[in-house]
Design a protein around this ligand. Structure first.
Ligand code: SAM
Ligand code: CA
Length: 236
């Protein structure tokens, strides 16, 4: 079947668009579950379509979920739900996802597709700023170390605040995954070479990457997939 490459969710980091198209056409689109494609299509004309997790990054996240046998997960930053649906389709039937986003309207764009896919029962959606939800979870000691997996794809200025809280909620041996950690490649450019609109995010991302690289409680893999994906395995 022929798969066409239309709008892409994120800036691509690979030097050649042809190479990125090759990856999508060869390894990603032919294996993408039908509801995920529907969700991408439903998002394609939304003004913030580029928020959606890149499908090649999604494929990596699904692999990480499988490899860690993740059952109880937390997601910060849902938008229309590409990574959320991907997670719901990947974890077991009795798995649970705590999903947090300040915006319920965008979640509702993807919700009918999530419902049709028969996985809504795995999702507990909180319309809220993420920090208060994480702090509430931490008030109950039973939640400490109870999550297998976390995916963070929201406001970059809070990534370290999320990390500090998720390091308590995710179990030792569990995985914390952060999206957009190369910020369109701008982390390696001098500030003056970067568009004004990208500078604040670039600065947050550089600071976060430095803190992560110095955190002795985790093992790290920083992959140039999608817009940069940092996976942290909690070791203490
Ligand atoms: N993972 C999503 C996907 O695959 O489509 C994309 C998430 S999008 C890049 C970022 C989301 O984070 C937006 O929907 C935004 O409303 C949400 N967000 C931003 N700041 C937030 C905060 N402080 N707390 C919770 N959600 C937030
Ligand atoms: Ca993202």
């Amino acid at each position: 079947m022929e798969h066409t490459v239309k709008k892409r969710p994120n800036d691509i980091l690979l030097q050649s668009k042809d190479l990125y198209d090759y990856i999508l056409k060869t390894s990603v689109y032919p294996r993408e579950a039908a509801p995920l494609k529907q969700l991408r299509d439903a998002t394609a004309n939304h003004p913030l379509y580029f928020f959606g997790t890149a499908p090649d990054a999604g494929q990596l996240i699904a692999m990480l979920l499988k490899l860690t046998n993740a059952k109880k997960t937390i997601e910060i930053g849902v938008y229309t739900g590409y990574s959320l649906l991907l997670t719901a389709l990947t974890i077991p039937e009795d798995g649970q996802i705590t999903a947090i986003d300040v915006n319920r309207e965008t979640y509702e764009i993807g919700l009918p597709i999530i419902q049709n896919a028969g996985v809504e029962h795995k999702i507990n959606f909180f319309q809220s700023e993420a920090l208060p939800v994480l702090d509430k979870l931490l008030e109950d000691g039973e939640n400490d170390g109870s999550f297998d997996f976390a995916f963070v794809d929201a406001d970059k200025g809070n990534y370290w605040n999320y990390h500090e809280r998720l390091m308590k909620l995710v179990k030792v041996g569990g995985l914390l995954v952060y999206d957009n950690t190369l910020w369109g490649g701008t982390v390696a450019l001098p500030e003056e070479a970067v568009l004004e609109s990208k500078r604040v995010g670039r600065e947050f991302t550089i600071q976060f990457n430095k803190l992560i690289s110095e955190d002795p409680r985790i093992e790290v893999s920083h992959a140039s997939v999608g817009d940069g994906i940092t996976s942290c395995r909690r070791i203490s």
